[in-house]
Design a protein around this ligand. Sequence first.
Ligand SMILES: Nc1ncnc2c1ncn2[C@@H]1O[C@H](COP(=O)(O)OP(=O)(O)OP(=O)(O)O)[C@@H](O)[C@H]1O
Ligand SMILES: Nc1ccn([C@H]2C[C@H](O)[C@@H](COP(=O)(O)O)O2)c(=O)n1
Length: 228
Amino acid sequence: MNSADPHSSIPVLTIDGPSGSGKGTISRLVSQQLGWHYLDSGALYRAVGVAAGWADLDLADPAALVRCAFDTRVGFRDDPSGELRVLVNDIDATDELRTETAGAAASAIAAIPEVRSALKDRQRAFRQAPGLVADGRDMGTVIFPDAPFKVFLTASAEERAERRYKQLKDKGVSVNLDGLLREILARDARDASRAVAPLRPADDAVRIDTTGLGIDAVVERVLQLVTP
Ligand SMILES: Nc1ncnc2c1ncn2[C@@H]1O[C@H](COP(=O)(O)OP(=O)(O)OP(=O)(O)O)[C@@H](O)[C@H]1O
Ligand SMILES: Nc1ccn([C@H]2C[C@H](O)[C@@H](COP(=O)(O)O)O2)c(=O)n1
């Protein structure tokens, strides 16, 4: 633990993993059960990507993207149905953020080390009493390396593509399963191969393969780690 950090005694559960492994779903449910705060770190990267698009920035211009990462305001709000809404520069951008286009843009800008640095303190500020559940790619390795509880969720790429297919179909979005599988594999490869904070399990993370495992069963396993 870092004794200079007044928040270092506040417990954190990190949930990392590839796209579609269920990080967001499981983190939200577990945070609700524990009464802890929730950080969707991917939403921050997605918000910067979307804000960069709104400003017509060139995704090949790192300096402009770093400025955008510092300048973009991101707010989280629970709507009455319990869904997490995300405000980008005070505009509700929840639906735009969830598209695969926004995911791919986030993955591309997340490979820029200075963008990652620009978002570091913002993520750490979510560590508030009584505790935090943080979901992303580098929560356990870089942002909260001292977290007492770490999980790395996986599932086969095929199952993750099917989950995403079902999710989008339920929302009335017409999608192609093979295309989704290709997008998921491409994003995994980019997130895992970047030089800084690549997607990988922390050495002390508990790995849970959720292939064929329902949401309730995964929630139960994760909760057992925190409250055995
Ligand atoms: N264990 C599971 N079994 C079946 N479906 C699941 C499971 N976990 C999550 N899902 C479903 O899979 C879809 C994707 O889940 P979720 O958005 O939580 O993944 P994610 O890892 O946060 O993805 P991303 O990194 O792209 O944001 C959702 O529709 C969710 O309900
Ligand atoms: N801690 C994080 C969170 C997210 N990213 C990048 C890489 C992802 O592909 C993209 C979108 O994340 P998602 O909303 O799908 O979890 O953002 C990252 O590099 N580090």
